[in-house]
Each structure stands twice: as C-alpha cells, then as structure tokens.
Design a protein around this ligand. Structure first.
Ligand code: ASP
Length: 584
C-alpha cells in the first residue's frame, strides 16, 4: 500500500499513529543533525522529520540525497510538532520517519513549484504537467470540475438529456473559419470540425428529444487575439416547444444555481436590456455594469457654440469618472494618448474637471462657460470631484472607443471587483450585421436565427432594422452565453439563406439535410450555448481562460508542450492523397 493517509489529512488527534505517506518533495531543510522535508500531494503538505538521534545513519544519509520533486514513500509515527504552523491544516503535527523509499528521482524542475512561481508563461506551458502541481492551477481545474458536475446535475434534473454529436462533420456557420480534416477513404474530401453542434442539436429537436445539452468541444480557426482558444468548450443546449422567455428562465436558473453552489452568492432576477439600449448606455453589447460611468449623450448641450468638432459630430458622448478630478494634467494627457492609440482609434479627447467647490475647468473653456459645463455634468451624472471625458464622431466608432476608455479606467481605478457578480440578459439583437469589407449583410448570430415575429417582411425593405429573437447572457463585461429561437420551416430558412447570399445550390449542398428535416414536422425550437472556459474563469474571479484549461494553446495556436501543429510524413500525406506546397 502506497499510503494510509494523504498529505492534507493528519491532525493532532492522529498523534502516535503509525502511517505511510507518499508524495513529492516540495523542499528540504537540512540542519546537519535534523532534517525536515515538506511532502506534497494534491491534498496538501505534511512535514516529515529525520532526526539523527532517533533514526539510523543510513536513513539520515538517504534523506540527505532527496531533491526537489523526488517522489517518495515514507513510514513513520505522527508526533507533535515543536513549532506549529497555524497556516497549514497539518501544521500541528509532523512525521518522525522510520523508513524511506525513493519511488522516483526528479531532475531539478525548470521553475519553482510554488503558488508564486518564477516560471514565465512559455516555460510553464512547456512543462504544463509541472505547472499543474502548483496550487492555483490545480484549484482552477478542480473548480472547473465542480462547475461541470453542477451543470450536468442541474440540467439533468430539469429533464435535459446529454447527447454527443459528431466531431467529423461538414461546415457549421458560426462566423469563423473551419478546421478541416482530410478523409483517407474519400479521396480529395474533407471533414470540418464543428464550430458548434448547431445543426445537430436542431436535428435532435426534429428527432423529438425535446431538451438536449452537451458539454462539448468546439473548434474555430480564428486569429487568436484576446484570450481565445482554437478549441474551447461549450455548454450547448436546445429545447423544443419553447419561446424566448422560457429559455431565458431555465438558463437564468442554471446561472443562479452555479453562482450559489460555486461562489455562495445569491443574485436576484437578472436585468434584461435591449441591444439598442445597451449601445446607448454603455457603447457595448457586453457591458460590465458593476460600476456606473454610463454614457451621457451631449449633442444637445454642446451645440450652437463655435466648437465645430462637436457641431459636426454625429455623436458627442461622455462619461463621468468617479474621483477623476484627482488626475494630474499629465495623467489626463496619458488618457488622451491611450484613446488615440490605433487599437482604440479616437481622434482626441475633451475633458472637464468638476472641482470639489462645484466649479468646472475644461479643455474647451474657450467655447463653453460654467453654465454649459454644468449641463455636461448633469447629463453624465457627474459629481464634484469627478472628471468628465468626452469623445465625438460617428456613432458606430465613438461608442466602442468610449466603451474601451470606460473599461480601461474601471480597471485602473479598481472598480471591477471579482467578488461581485452582475449578470444581464441582452435581448432584441439586430438579425443582421453589415460588413464594410465585403459590402454585404451577415447573420449577427447565425443563419438559423429567427427574426422577431412579423419582421420577415422588413428584410426586403430595411434589413438593418430587423430584430432577432436572439439573446446573450453577459456577466461582468463578458459574453458568457448566446442563443436564439430558430427558424423551423423550410421556406423561411430558404429565404434567409438567399438573403445571406447563398445560391440555392450552395444552401442545398451545405444545409440540405437540415432543410430536408424541416419538411418532416420540425417543432418550434430554440437554444443557447455558454462558453464554459470563460464562465469558469469568471466564477474563479479571473478573466484569462487559459488558466482554467489543463492543456491550452498559446496565441499562435500552438501546444508548446507536445509541439503541435507539426508536419506529417510523406507516407501519411500520400495516404491522404495530399501534396503540401508551402508558399514563400
Ligand atoms: N451555436 C451557437 C454558438 O455557438 C449558440 C446557439 O445559438 O445556441 O454561439
């Protein structure tokens, strides 16, 4: 038997017991006549003591050879510890070792396996199996396990059935590029890996399963900006005979359940806001509403002055930064530079200090007097001591710019408290999205999303105005879920494909199976998918999903540990009927 107890288990009540423990050597302290070893496993750390007076010479010498991360087994007696460690659950005891077996030696690890490690990201990823020995990483993986179990139990209790759908499929349109897999048995043909199980879950509804879910890998070949992974996990769901309201209620219930189970937090009913309202109030369809700084539209109160920048702008919009009047001129200049960076792209920033004594001082004092500026304060809800930051320009540009500034400031001012959870439902999304580059409309969610009742006619006359039966769940500034009520009749689906630029043949070739299925009694249905990686990260009080994935890929989509992707040999290429030509 390798162990009678784990390393987080023994207490003062176990004193005098004979025990066997196994684990890794976290560190050793050798005083010449006395030696201590911290023995670690998943459950904790137990201190071992080798005492030259009380143990044999050979044992003591053997213990002196132990290095970091050696795997050992010891037998010994639980004794009371001289200097107790109140920070350690096992801190009242130690093991007086009588037998030591070295189960495996270890090279000196490339970074320290402690909570705060000296290993950089690349090194930790290359030796991820060592990284996983560290408490923070292991705890993240355990948290992920707890979340997935809670999800499965909750949905199963609500009558959902977990069904696996295939990975080797045909393209699914979620707006990204497909990863493709060549078929050996079908020369010149390729599978696509699912960007999501979208069409399959709809077919399960046609199949009458009524309530489906799956914790499933999805694959999207995108440029990996901002904390994305080419393969990621969704909690994917679909329901039949439901309207939007019922779907929102079930998944609000699930989210509340998780917040309570995992974080011990009770959240009351989630606010619902329309897409249009959010764009106006936060310039963003996934706003963090844990702090104020709502947008104030200033066109009316800035007009009729000589300041043409504002007069000519489609939108003049500001936010009040709480306590921002304390910023020095230099700090404000830095903010201006920040919004002018190409990533944000504003042309400049106007600011107005709201002094504690109630007076104002702005960067455009030449054009606006105190009375004018007081109106800015009113519109942006500013208080004495705040700083009002104002941007202007085209609506579609200036809103995301000010939204970026709002998030940047909230981060700087520490307003994004990871222990506070502020979920919202975003509803009434536009059905379509105009793309400047290709000069055409795309489905904002995906082509299976149903327009709001009675809006199909608008498609011909005013497509940008058509609203969809689509919704997102946003938590602390992150989209954690999104879904829609689907089109369930063949004619509407055919019309939608046509509008989105699919020829009849294309639509048939890509989605003929779905259109066929719709002819055999497809029930009204709808669903949602949550991004599990991000959800777990947020519940864990963080935003980087990589820390919650056992073996993540880096920003170039590489797994640096196994060194993938990698070339394949000629024989494999031949079998797959492929020839690789690398363009310089
Ligand atoms: N398939 C969608 C997605 O992956 C979610 C849904 O519509 O249910 O975003």
């Amino acid at each position: 038997m390798y162990r009678t107890h784990n390393n987080g288990q023994l207490r003062a009540t176990d004193i005098n017991k004979e025990v066997t423990l196994s684990g890794w050597v976290q560190r050793t302290r050798d005083k010449g006549f006395m030696m201590w070893v911290d023995l670690r496993d998943r459950y904790g750390i137990t201190q071992l003591i080798f005492d030259a007076d009380r143990t044999s010479k050979e044992l003591f010498e053997k213990a002196s050879t132990l290095g970091r991360e050696y795997v050992i087994q010891v037998k010994g007696t639980v004794i009371e510890r001289q200097s107790k460690n109140p920070n350690l659950p096992t801190g009242d005891i130690e093991i007086l070792v009588s037998e030591l077996t070295i189960l495996n030696k270890s090279k000196t690890p490339p970074f320290t396996i402690e909570d705060e490690t000296d290993g950089g990201e690349d090194l930790r990823m290359k030796y991820r199996y060592l990284d996983i020995r560290r408490n923070p990483v292991r705890e993240n993986l355990i948290l992920r396990h707890k979340v997935t179990i809670a999800v499965r139990n909750y949905l199963s209790k609500k009558g959902f059935i977990e069904v696996e759908t295939p990975y080797l499929i045909k393209s699914t349109p979620e707006g990204a590029r497909d990863f493709v897999v060549p078929s050996r048995m079908n020369e010149g043909q390729f599978y696509a890996l699912p960007q999501s199980p979208q069409t399959f879950k709809q077919l399960l509804m046609v199949g009458g399963l009524d309530k489906y879910f799956q914790i499933v890998k999805c694959f999207r070949d995108e440029d990996l900006r901002a904390d994305r992974q080419p393969e990621f996990t969704q909690i994917d769901c679909e329901m039949a005979f439901v309207d939007q309201e019922e779907i929102l209620n079930v998944f609000e219930g699930l989210t509340k359940h998780l917040l309570k189970e995992i974080n011990g937090v009770e959240v009351s009913e989630f606010p619902r806001m329309t897409y249009d309202e959010l764009m106006q109030r936060y310039g963003n369809d996934k706003p963090d509403i844990r702090f104020g700084m709502e947008f104030g539209e200033l066109n009316e109160v800035t007009q009729h002055k000589e300041f043409n920048v504002f007069n000519q702008a489609e939108l003049v919009v500001g936010i009040a930064v709480p306590g921002g009047n304390k910023f020095t001129r230099k700090e404000i200049d830095k903010l201006t530079d920040w919004v002018k960076r190409p990533q944000v792209g504003a042309l400049g920033m106007v600011y107005c200090r709201y002094n504690e004594d109630g007076s104002f001082k702005s960067s455009v004092d030449k054009f606006y007097n105190e009375e004018d500026l007081a109106k800015w304060a009113e519109v942006t809800n500013a208080k004495p001591g705040d700083l009002i930051c104002v941007l202007s320009g085209d609506k579609n540009k200036v809103r995301p710019q000010l939204s970026a500034l709002r998030m940047h400031l909230a981060e700087e001012l520490g307003l994004r408290d990871p222990k506070v959870f502020a979920p919202i439902w975003v509803v009434d999304f536009p059905l379509l999205e105009w793309d400047e580059d290709t000069q055409r409309y795309y489905a904002m969610h995906h082509p299976f999303t149903a327009p709001k009742p009675g809006q199909m006619e608008l498609l011909a006359t005013n497509p940008a105005e058509v609203k969809a039966n689509a919704y997102d769940l946003v938590l602390n500034g992150n989209e954690i879920g999104g879904g829609s009520i689907r089109i369930h009749d063949k004619d509407t689906q055919a019309k939608m494909f046509k509008f989105l630029g699919f020829t009849e043949e294309d639509a048939k070739a890509q989605f003929g199976f779905l259109m066929d299925a719709f002819q055999y009694g497809a029930p009204p249905h709808g669903g949602i998918a949550f991004g599990l990686d991000r959800l777990v990260a947020i519940l864990g009080g963080q935003e980087t999903i990589r820390d919650f994935i056992a073996f993540p890929k880096n920003n170039a989509g590489r797994d640096v540990m196994i060194d993938a992707p990698a070339p394949i040999d000629d024989k494999q290429l031949q079998e797959l009927h492929l020839k690789v030509e690398i363009k310089q």
